[in-house]
Design a binder for this molecule. Structure first.
Ligand SMILES: Cc1cc2nc3c(=O)[nH]c(=O)nc-3n(C[C@H](O)[C@H](O)[C@H](O)COP(=O)(O)OP(=O)(O)OC[C@H]3O[C@@H](n4cnc5c(N)ncnc54)[C@H](O)[C@@H]3O)c2cc1C
Ligand SMILES: NC(=O)c1ccc[n+]([C@@H]2O[C@H](COP(=O)([O-])OP(=O)(O)OC[C@H]3O[C@@H](n4cnc5c(N)ncnc54)[C@H](OP(=O)(O)O)[C@@H]3O)[C@@H](O)[C@H]2O)c1
Length: 510
């Protein structure tokens, strides 16, 4: 029966069948074995802050390799899944799920999963690795400090002592609402882009404030609801790239992580073949390069504009109109900067959606020395390890912009870097060298308009990993473990021998 089902699946949808087969293989090859229930896990013990996909994935890597952990989550059980537990049911991935493999055991049933499927995969991972007993909900972390033995305490000593800390608090906290002059007089409805479930946009004139990924999602939502017309009011230039995994992966593989002399090629191709007749909606040449800011991944926006169902308006909001029927807007032409001259228009609206983003969760609970200039986040070792404390890894919550993906293999790689540093003193970088690496990367990227660490690409991340492993021979034995999560036994036994030798020589072993 199962074989018959598989053959039927293969014949009806061969590409999806191969994708699912590959995911099954990756799971078999790369997923660490979940520990048996009540297993006695060893130290180092890691405190993980946040139960979004980063925290849950990091925890499953820790326990899968035999190390104990606790997850601290500010929200209740319903917050499992982080930001994905809070957004609209219609939200989903814009990038292809092949770039959203936050754990090797993740099995996507389609290319572009929705919010429910993402939360379900996070929950399954959490259950599979027995993390129910290791998650402490309703506990916001406000303070992380060391005891006299150098072990980490989270909030207060009642939770025990930890050898390492993973901050996985994400970048999207509470919804951010803009306050616009005259808002009180508006006769229509105003919502944040994350609060659209159950809202009715049929036949309404909708205005979306903001020109980011949430604005695009809001436009898709109201278009599906048959809104009369939607106007997107965008004050900044932003690139839109097609929903094509090959194009998106190719862009993310720019190993320099910044604009290069050849950036005009992808930019020109996008203008020619993707924007086409809507060329003037693209950021004008020589202003915002594609490798400076997170692009939006979408295929529908430009078609909705072409069909006359939506307008993408570049300009600045002046105020809600006195009449309560819309927004006064200074519409700028391509190339005119923010706040520059334009033509004032009244954009009529029955519904306004604030796609104005989210508050950034604070890392203030970390010790103050993590923020010492010029090594404040994101200017940290590999972007995530503050030079003052190599036993802290702030994963997926220090960056500003990127071409790549948040929920991918690097979560496991960073977790294993931390585990390597915790168990192997010879592989652990010293503060001096961490700072030197940061200085070097800043020097290499000194002309990067997006900043040295503020903007990165996935290709650059992979180069950082390879470079910092190759540069230290004591890390070579860990390469397979750090990069793929396999082959722990060999480096662990070498570390034991090294410890013996160093013990014999009267040296400190940790
Ligand atoms: C609508 C939407 C769509 C998106 N689509 C994509 C996409 O297509 N591709 C992509 O790469 N990214 C996308 N993102 C970005 C998304 O944020 C990441 O992909 C990813 O979900 C981040 O996961 P995380 O675990 O790092 O953070 P989060 O999911 O934000 O989880 C962080 C958790 O930490 C908890 N927390 C915060 N502070 C504390 C504290 N002090 N103490 C204890 N707990 C704390 C929070 O309560 C939260 O549960 C999207 C975001 C949104 C809003
Ligand atoms: N499926 C997806 O891929 C998807 C969907 C949604 C969100 N996300 C991710 O979630 C994160 C948040 O995205 P987001 O779109 O919600 O937020 P965002 O990227 O911060 O974009 C917010 C937008 O609102 C504008 N804005 C903010 N305040 C404003 C004001 N007072 N007046 C006018 N405009 C204002 C901003 O303009 P300025 O740039 O000028 O400040 C920006 O264009 C991003 O990492 C994004 O990639 C992804």
């Amino acid at each position: 029966m199962a074989l018959q089902g598989a053959i039927h699946h293969f014949l009806t949808n061969p590409i999806l069948f191969v994708y699912q087969l590959l995911q099954w293989l990756l799971d078999k090859l790369l997923s660490p074995t979940p520990p048996p229930p009540n297993a006695d896990l060893s130290r180092p013990k890691v405190a993980i802050i946040g139960a979004g996909l980063t925290g849950v994935s990091a925890a499953s890597h820790c326990v899968g390799h035999g190390f104990d952990c606790r997850i601290f989550e500010a929200g209740g059980r319903k917050a499992l899944g982080g930001i994905w537990s809070k957004v609209n049911n219609t939200s989903g991935l814009q990038i292809h799920s092949v770039m959203y493999r936050f754990h090797p055991s993740v099995k996507w049933k389609k290319g572009y999963p929705d919010r429910q499927q993402i939360v379900s995969q996070i929950t399954q991972l959490w259950e599979r690795y027995g993390l129910e007993q290791k998650t402490i909900f309703d506990t916001r972390v406000t303070k992380v400090y060391k005891d006299s033995h150098g072990r980490w305490i989270i909030n207060d000593p009642s939770y025990g002592r930890f050898d390492g800390v993973i901050a996985a608090i994400g970048t999207c906290g509470d919804p951010k609402m803009a306050h616009i002059t005259g808002q009180e007089k508006f006769k229509g409805e105003i919502y944040h882009s994350s609060q659209l479930d159950g809202k009715n946009a049929k036949d309404k004139k909708v205005v979306v404030i903001g020109g980011g990924a949430s604005a695009v999602e809001a436009l898709e939502f109201v278009a599906a609801e048959n809104a009369a017309h939607t106007s997107i009011l965008a004050r900044s230039e932003k690139w839109i790239i097609p929903r094509n995994p090959f194009v998106d992966m190719l862009l993310s593989l720019n190993v320099f992580g910044e604009e290069t002399l050849l950036s005009w090629i992808p930019e020109g191709l996008l203008r020619l073949f993707f924007y086409r007749d809507l060329y003037d909606l693209s950021p004008p040449p020589n202003t915002k390069g594609i490798f400076t800011d997170t692009p939006m991944v979408n295929d529908d926006v430009l078609d909705l504009v072409r069909d006359g169902k939506a307008s993408w308006l570049r300009g600045d909001i002046i105020a809600f109109d006195e009449s309560g029927t819309g927004i006064r807007f200074n519409k700028r032409s391509q190339g005119v900067p923010k706040g520059g001259p334009g033509r004032e228009e009244l954009i009529e609206a029955d519904m306004v959606i604030m796609a104005t983003g989210y508050q950034r969760p604070s890392l203030n609970f970390l010790p103050p020395e993590c923020f010492d200039e010029p090594y404040q986040p994101p200017n940290w070792y590999l972007q995530v390890f503050p030079p003052a404390h190599v036993d802290i890894c702030a994963n997926n919550c220090t960056y500003v912009n990127a071409i790549g993906t948040v929920g991918n293999y690097h979560i496991g790689i960073y977790t294993r870097f931390l585990l390597m540093y915790l168990v192997d003193p010879l592989a652990r970088p010293q503060e001096f060298w961490m700072k030197k690496w940061i200085d070097m990367t800043r020097w290499i990227k000194s002309k990067a308009p997006g900043g040295a660490f503020d903007f990165f690409t996935y290709g650059e991340l992979l180069y950082w990993f390879a470079f910092t492993i190759l540069i230290n021979p004591f890390r070579w034995k860990w390469a397979l473990f750090v990069l793929f999560g396999i082959g722990t036994a060999l480096p662990m036994s070498v570390v034991k021998q090294e410890d013996k030798v160093r013990n014999g020589l009267g040296m400190k072993t940790n």
